[in-house]
Design a protein around this ligand. Sequence first.
Ligand code: ADP
Ligand code: F6P
Length: 324
Amino acid sequence: MNDTIQTIGILTSGGDAPGMNAAIRAVVRTALGRGLRVRGIRRGYHGLLQEEIIDMTARDVSDIIQRGGTILQTARCKEMRTEEGQQKAAAICKKYGIQGLVVIGGDGSFAGAQKLSNLGINTIGIPGTIDLDIACTEYTIGFDTAVNTAMEAIDKVRDTSTSHERCSVIEVMGRDAGYLALWCGIANGAERILMPEEHDYDEEKIIADIIGNRKRGKQHYIIINAEGIGDSMNMAKRIEEATGMETRATILGHMQRGGSPTCKDRVYASIMGAKAVDLLLEGKTNRVVGYQHGEFVDYDINEALQMHKEIPEYAYRVSKDLAL
Ligand code: ADP
Ligand code: F6P
């Protein structure tokens, strides 16, 4: 147990994700239970630099485990990318007695935590992003909810697509990563999945496939297109022109980031939140919590940021095999 830590701070940063509230609740209640004081920092690093810092009690995190978004709110902050901003952020942590800081966010947010750790603030990152694009972990807070939300929305589009015998290009989020697209592609039984990680994307082949499927009597054609490929509206126009099959594009957008977290997101986020506090109490800093091979683990942030994550080859092959 590290006696030097008496006060910890917590912030959420980058895009919000369902389950962040469960993690906040777990951090606050675990810390209070261990006799620590908890400072909540509003609006991510932006709020830290503006000193938007509040004391948090166990009651402040009542009735939030089931709520999407983040009660602390979140932001993106350019100033934190500068050395001056980082120095100022560390000085503000010291001014408020924050010896340990829990940062819930993605790789960018961890890079900020890494800088603060170098400046003497003990930091622990918790992976929070619907994109699942953090290499050191098989799980990120929010992905499970987002993928289920997207899956249900795609089922609905499929109903109307089948009724009208149309092709649908459905764009899901994920920034530069294709995990949401891959999972929805398999779960929704899509004919094609387009992901930024796949370089053999060939529109001519898709067009030929649509024409062939139509001849064989298939009533719809669903393409799940990752945001990292984008261009869904134009793609739909090109496909319609080339195939003669009515084609519509649907961009699911920010609805994928909202909503009540699934059971998995609530439970995993709660465990990760508690673990972050325990790591700080063990005297650890510059660590990120992860989930690998069925266990909650932690990695050095420098190492974690160097790791690379691939799209699972076999899952992708299965998606193709099942789209006969
Ligand atoms: P995510 O955390 O989801 O990857 P961003 O990449 O938008 O989201 O990063 C969130 C915030 O983290 C940024 O707005 C910025 O304040 C901070 N950040 C990102 N990269 C760095 C960096 N290299 N150094 C310091 N802070 C960073
Ligand atoms: O990182 C989460 C995410 O929703 C990405 O999937 C998407 O590219 C991005 O954030 C959208 O960001 P914003 O909310 O700023 O439009």
